[in-house]
Design a protein around this ligand. Structure first.
Ligand SMILES: [Zn+2]
Ligand SMILES: [Zn+2]
Length: 501
């Protein structure tokens, strides 16, 4: 027998979920951004003093955290080092001096940069796991409220989610709503090794930029910043969306730090299944014939999936583990539990692949006489990258000194999965990956995400400056949707074409 879990709740809601967690971007980058064993790249010296960038903004610690992690190493920053990075990042204003919108955005983000740096380091130094991002939630919402946003805390059914709005809502006559997402959950044991501290402030920065332009030019538009928990486990965005968070949002965008600048790199769709077999225990020597062997069923699944791999496409994946395989060698196992993840570039291909592995699960049950229970998790869909939004972002990054590889080259890389993919099936969106290691567009695949080195990199000044730059391009792209109706029309047409292809 199989069971569906579509009506179950996620952790962080009022009930606890028994779904298998979805390995979000936990393994997003293991193929694209190959990790190396931890090595010492830290050039810090104990003689360096913390600069203003390590000072704490007057933010309130008003929540409890259940995290039991030690903060990862934070690279101390000297004033000299910061000055050097700033000098390197200097952008020729003449390149975009005629773009008044970008200038207003840039000024707004630059004015907040020191506060945002402080906020980023606070989150980085106190990493919190999925659905327990209480401190980050408190710091971010307090900051946004102080900047004049209307803030709803614990929004859309999740305690650590929020939405911060500014401008003219559609119910008040606004014409366009631009959505931005911030993430702020960390990884067990390795802290902010996915750089979500940077994603957190990138959303705030982009929202500040959009807010400044909307106010200065009296635009009939609204910016909504969504604080989205638990990207690394079971998809806070999916729960928020199901609870109506993104209703009326015309476009939704977010940034993610990486070791390369890419926007068209494909993200895989995935779903994860917990497979339980129920048999009958008996003495493994005296009366094994009286037993029904649940481990036999689990082993048949493992073997049959291994054989099936020869008949799946090179860009599809099925991988899993046996979590529980029996209690003792002299007892025929009456219970086993395995977990399998199924991935493919497009969601409809995952649906087909799921049917194939379900046949294997059910076949193993029939062959052994066991009963089987299947619990599928929270599916993460691939990202539909909106072409006009992506080209706009690339254009504005270009005006600030960054050149991208060709679309084809970016598309040739394999990647992982994120809950933002689900949003991209609901409205036009982009999820640019930006290089936090340098400002020159030079890939450094040696330092992969989800490594302790990357956690360290996410605290460095160059990462902060890269985040500010990308946030400006994201905000400017949002403004393009507001001030050029024909552009927004193209964005929506591209969305329709891609979702109904
Ligand atoms: Zn991640
Ligand atoms: Zn991530």
């Amino acid at each position: 027998m199989s069971s569906s879990s579509s009506s179950e709740k996620n952790p962080g809601q009022t009930g606890e979920s028994n779904k298998p967690t979805t390995p979000g971007c936990i393994d997003i980058f293991k193929s694209l951004f190959i990790s190396q064993p931890a090595h010492s790249t830290c050039a810090c010296s104990s003689s360096l003093e913390d600069s203003q960038w390590h000072e704490k903004a007057p933010l309130t610690n008003n929540s409890n955290s259940n995290t039991d992690m030690s903060p990862p190493h934070v690279h101390p920053v000297s004033n000299e080092e910061m000055a050097e990075v700033l000098k390197k990042a200097q952008i020729d204003p003449s390149a975009w001096s005629d773009d008044e919108y970008l200038r207003v955005i840039s000024n707004a983000i630059d004015a907040a940069s020191t506060e945002l740096r402080s906020l980023s380091l606070r989150i980085h130094e106190d990493p919190e796991l999925a659905y327990h991002e209480f401190k980050a939630h408190g710091w971010l919402t307090e900051y946004l409220q102080g900047k004049g946003f209307t803030v709803e805390r614990s929004a859309y059914g999740l305690e650590t989610a929020f939405v911060a709005s500014s401008g003219q809502s559609k119910s008040a006559g606004g014409l366009v709503t631009v959505g931005i997402c911030s993430e702020y959950d960390a990884l067990p044991g390795i802290g902010h090794a996915c750089g979500h501290n940077l994603i957190a402030i990138s959303g705030v920065a982009a929202a500040l930029g959009l807010k400044a332009v909307i106010e200065k030019f009296h635009l009939k538009a609204e910016v909504k910043l969504f604080g989205t928990p638990a990207e690394e486990t079971s998809g806070g965005k999916i729960t928020m969306s199901a609870n109506g968070a993104f209703k009326g949002v015309d476009v939704c965008m977010m940034l993610h730090g990486a070791n390369a600048d890419v926007i068209y790199t494909p993200f895989l769709s995935l779903d994860t299944c917990e497979v339980e077999f129920f048999g009958k225990a008996s003495h493994a020597s005296a009366s094994p014939w009286e037993g029904v062997n649940a481990l036999d069923a689990a082993m048949q699944v493992y073997t049959n999936i291994a054989m099936m791999r020869q008949q799946i496409k090179p860009n599809q994946r099925v991988h899993g583990i046996i979590v529980e395989g029996g209690k003792a060698a002299n007892i025929i196992p009456d219970y086993t539990k395995s977990v399998y993840t199924v991935r493919s570039p497009k969601w409809d291909e995952v649906v087909v692949l799921k049917k194939r592995v379900e046949a294997i699960f059910n076949g193993a049950a029939a062959a052994t006489g066991c009963k089987v229970a299947l619990k599928w998790g929270v599916p993460y869909k691939d990202i539909i990258t909106n072409n006009p939004l992506a080209e706009s972002f690339i254009h504005y990054m270009g005006t600030m000194g960054l050149k991208y590889a060709s679309k084809e080259e970016q598309q040739s890389k394999l990647s992982g999965s994120t809950d933002f993919g689900n949003l991209s099936y609901e409205m036009p969106g982009i999820h640019p990956m930006f290089n936090i290691l340098n400002l020159d567009g030079i890939d450094d695949r040696r330092m992969g995400l989800h490594s302790t080195d990357f956690a360290g990199a996410a605290s460095k000044p160059v990462a902060h400056i890269a985040t500010m730059r990308a946030s400006k391009a994201l905000a400017r792209t949002g403004i393009e949707c507001i001030v050029r109706p024909e552009f927004l029309k193209q964005v929506k047409e591209d969305f329709e074409n891609q979702t109904h292809a």
